[in-house]
Design a protein around this ligand. Structure first.
Ligand SMILES: *[C@@H]1O[C@H](CO)[C@@H](O)[C@H](O)[C@H]1NC(C)=O
Length: 229
């Protein structure tokens, strides 16, 4: 949730209209990146793979729907491609640091400002979506709901169960090295709206008791009724 460091310049630069020659070069460069990506990430899920998306969203909603104490106003999460692209762009840096552009206007998402972020880094052969997301949830052991304090870092937990966050986008990137970890994987999920450490992550009480009147209760979470137009 907090942040430090540079990003997105090159990422944004790629969508700028350029001269024909440089555009072509850009295409070739992108193709090369794609091929490189394919080689490096051959066994890792892509952020636009449907199974990957379902698993990530489902694990988030499962954990959010089963918080203790029970939550009365947590929102059901759905996938957001823009957030997953932000996660992917930052992941490619292969650094274990928060994206420092999450608070900047329109840098991390076209509509939302103040994006949340959770990061997991570990050896590639130890990565699964479930392991990574559940490791964030495990931080609840360090969080005391009664007095809203953490005995050590519990920011990933608070973001994971933050009541108003209802959009999630994740990406996994392999890196030859991240810090001391060789053949590492960096897994990032970005959230909108983002959470913070300023208050308890949700209101305790009977499941769905504090949903808006336009919501229905889905898997113990508040979800918007789709407008039929
Ligand atoms: C909050 O409550 C926990 C558990 O009762 C306790 O261990 C911790 O010291 C308290 N923290 C603060 C800042 O009061």
């Amino acid at each position: 949730m907090e942040a430090p460091r540079p990003f997105a310049r090159e990422w944004c630069a790629q969508s700028l209209p350029l001269t024909r020659g440089s555009l072509l070069k850009l295409r070739v460069w992108e193709l090369w990146l794609l091929l490189l990506d394919f080689g490096l990430n051959a066994e890792l899920p892509h952020e636009e793979d449907v199974h990957f998306i379902n698993e990530y969203v489902n694990v988030h909603n499962e954990l959010r729907g089963n918080v203790l104490p029970r939550g009365s106003n947590l929102r059901f999460m759905t996938w957001d491609v823009a957030l997953s692209r932000t996660a992917r762009a930052w992941g490619k840096k292969c650094v274990f640091e928060h994206n420092n552009h999450l608070e900047e206007l329109n840098m991390a998402h076209p509509k939302f400002n103040g994006i949340g972020e959770n990061i997991w880094v570990g050896p590639e052969n130890e990565f699964t979506a479930s392991i990574a997301i559940r490791s964030w949830y495990e931080e609840r052991k360090k969080y005391h709901f009664e007095n809203d304090s953490c005995s050590s870092d519990c920011s990933n937990y608070k973001q994971l169960v933050w009541d108003t966050s209802y959009k999630v986008g994740c990406a996994v990137t392999s890196c030859t090295r991240v810090g001391r970890i060789k053949y590492a994987v960096i897994f990032i999920c970005n959230y909108a709206p983002g959470g913070s450490l300023s208050r308890r992550p949700y209101k305790p009480g009977i499941t769905c008791a504090r949903c808006s009147k336009y919501d229905r209760c889905t898997d113990f979470l508040c979800s918007k009724i789709k407008k039929i137009t």
